[in-house]
Write a protein that binds this ligand. Structure first.
Ligand SMILES: Cc1cc2nc3c(=O)[nH]c(=O)nc-3n(C[C@H](O)[C@H](O)[C@H](O)COP(=O)(O)O)c2cc1C
Ligand code: SF4
Ligand code: SF4
Length: 259
């Protein structure tokens, strides 16, 4: 059993890449996926990390659910940190994480946002200057590792009200209702493998969505034939973290605590 643990939610690999980098540099650290069942490894750890993307300036619904789990009541003296990945504006995500933990009696000691090229191609284009994002993120990750190793504390800022409206409107939408699978689909099932919540099955050689989508967009971006479209995605390039393959992200989603 490692003395440190990171829980991570990741659709297109940005957050998994960050979690891996942190775990590697901190040492003696397991990484487990944030799922509805996760949380068994929280008790007795020295450092507990949370790494996940911002969704509409706040917590992905699955992360919100994870932070409300009763297992957090067992966390007493751990140093707790949260690293959010975002494409342009994480608004009050770290703050929301802090408040959710506070409701459980747990202090968030340190929180930061790392900016990486956005995967939200429903509203934005993939940026052209991707290399710059990756380079800047490396520098920031070094600073973050140093701060966490030294158990630094920082203060979070209250977010902007406007983002609450956007967040409340979109966070629980059933995004998979809007996904359309085109003729270029060859039934390869990559989308099934990369879905973090088993929301896709292959029926008659095509993906069928099961209605509990977390809107992570992994299926759209990892599909080798760009066969899946959502409102606004047509004609936009796909993007996943360059160092996180289909195999790695799907193995990660199926990793069980203790493995
Ligand atoms: C549903 C959804 C909502 C998003 N909302 C925001 C946002 O409000 N602000 C932002 O900067 N990026 C936003 N993004 C972009 C992601 O936070 C960013 O690309 C993140 O690094 C993806 O992490 P992942 O690759 O680990 O899934 C959003 C992405 C998705 C899928
Ligand atoms: S990943 Fe793409 S091509 Fe493969 S089954 Fe899914 S939609 Fe079809
Ligand atoms: S169905 Fe697609 S967008 Fe929804 S959770 Fe699964 S991989 Fe993510």
């Amino acid at each position: 059993m490692s003395k440190n643990v990171i829980y991570c939610f990741s659709g297109t690999g940005n957050s998994l890449f960050v979690a891996k980098r942190l775990a590697n540099k901190l040492g003696d650290c397991d990484i487990y996926p944030i799922t509805e069942q996760a949380g068994a490894s929280l008790a007795g750890k020295e450092k507990i990390g949370l790494v996940f993307p911002t969704y509409f300036g706040g917590l992905p619904a699955i992360v919100d659910g994870f932070l409300k789990k009763s297992e957090w009541q067992q966390v007493k003296n751990a140093y707790v940190f949260c690293i959010v990945t975002a494409g342009g504006n994480a608004a009050k995500t770290v703050r929301s994480c802090e408040l959710a933990l506070k409701a459980q009696g747990v202090k968030l000691n340190y929180g930061k946002t790392v900016y990486l090229p956005t995967n939200y191609i429903l509203w934005h284009n993939v940026p052209g200057n991707r290399e710059q994002f990756y380079q800047k993120a490396e520098v920031k990750l070094d600073e973050i590792v140093k701060a966490i190793s030294e158990q630094k504390q920082n203060q979070t800022l209250p977010g902007i009200f406007l983002f609450d409206l956007v967040y409340n409107h979109y966070i629980n939408q059933k995004a998979d209702r809007y996904f359309k699978v085109g003729d270029s689909c060859n039934g390869c099932a990559t989308c099934v493998r990369v879905c973090p919540v088993n929301n896709i099955r292959i029926t008659k050689h095509k993906p069928e969505y099961l209605g509990h989508c977390q809107q992570c967009l992994a299926c759209l971006h990892y599909c080798p034939n760009q066969a899946i479209e959502a409102k606004g995605s047509k004609g936009r390039p796909r993007i996943t973290h360059p160092h996180i393959s289909v195999k790695e992200i799907s193995d990660f989603h199926h990793k069980k605590e203790g493995e």
